[in-house]
Ligand binder design. Structure first.
Ligand code: NAP
Length: 284
């Protein structure tokens, strides 16, 4: 590829950053369509979010993705915050035009697109979310806007779940204990694990997964490594429909690409193209 001043420049920033699959994923989209574009990983420390944003504006970047620890910092740094990103309290996508940076969050619409692709209807659904961190906030707000009939957020630290649900009309908070897991799962249409429990390299897993034995829900885990957490494996053994975190990863990336480039993609076709490539790349 020969680059010019017209080449669309994109990046992903984070600390650490080498593990990110975004350069691979965006690289495949660029290659597949022959776009005049590049997408690079950049190691940026947590106290340099603003410095990188200024540099990206100066260098004429079209935009950049942000991962840990920049997603919250960016809220005070960008020139415009998309209302949905403000609602979620985190920015993972920054678009730069005419020297101005606008912040978006594609995790929330990415999760909705991933569930739609799996033919799950959020409108009217009773949703149960485990965990009350950044991903849970994006998910809860997305489900609220998409017309879920009820959302229950269960968390180890109840106060965080209470805060997260305070501005969502149909949402309530509950403590993460076996009794609540069981009673919520029994009536849920969708259960989403938004904690790192069961993730490779993270200590800790669910002690007791019997709450999955009395549910008919669609079960999703935001984790994709391992391919099947014990949580998802138990749901699958019970004959429930399951989805791991790779679908979200791909859809949020595709939505970011559209924002950076103003190019409209056929999201589901791109997903079908990227899914096996990303799975192989991650050796899963
Ligand atoms: P986060 O902001 O750190 O929140 C983590 C949540 O998990 C908190 O509510 C925390 O509870 C809970 N938690 C952590 N350890 C726990 C334990 N031992 N027992 C019970 N609860 C525990 O993390 P996040 O950014 O929301 O990410 C959550 C998960 O989603 C991670 O595994 C991440 O990799 C995954 N994720 C995947 C994608 C994707 O594209 N597939 C995108 C975003 C996130 P407390 O509030 O009590 O601390």
């Amino acid at each position: 590829m020969i680059y010019s001043t017209k080449t669309l420049k994109m990046a992903v920033i984070g600390d650490p950053i080498d593990h990110s699959i975004s350069p691979f994923m965006h690289g495949r989209i660029i290659e597949e369509h022959g776009y005049d574009a590049l997408y690079i990983p950049v190691l940026v420390h947590g106290d340099e979010t603003g410095r990188f944003t200024d540099a990206a504006k100066y260098l004429g970047f079209s935009g950049f993705n942000a991962t840990m620890p920049h997603k919250i910092n960016l809220l005070d740094i960008v020139d415009h915050v998309d209302p949905a990103a403000a609602y979620c309290g985190a920015i993972n996508t920054v678009k730069i035009r005419n020297g101005e940076a606008s912040g978006y969050n594609t995790d929330a619409p990415g999760l909705l697109a991933a569930l739609k692709n799996r033919e799950f209807e959020i409108k009217g659904a009773k949703v149960m979310i485990i965990g009350a961190g950044g991903a849970s906030g994006a998910a809860a707000h997305a489900f609220g806007s998409a017309g879920a009939s009820s959302i229950t957020v269960l968390n180890r630290t109840l106060a965080k779940a209470e805060q997260l649900t305070s501005d969502i009309d149909c949402a309530r908070a509950k403590e993460l204990d076996q009794e609540n897991l069981r009673s919520c799962a029994a009536e849920a249409d969708l259960i989403v694990n938004c904690t790192p429990l069961g993730m490779t390299g993270v200590k800790g897993d669910f002690d007791d997964l019997s709450f999955l034995d009395d549910t008919k829900a669609f079960v999703a885990d935001l984790i994709y490594n391992p391919w099947r957490t014990k949580f998802l494996a138990r749901a699958e053994e019970r004959g429930l429909k399951v989805m791991n975190g790779l679908d979200l990863l791909i859809y949020q990336g595709l939505l970011s690409f559209q924002i950076f480039t103003d190019i409209e993609l056929d999201l589901d076709a791109e997903y079908r193209y990227l899914f096996p490539l990303c799975r192989e790349r991650l050796s899963l």
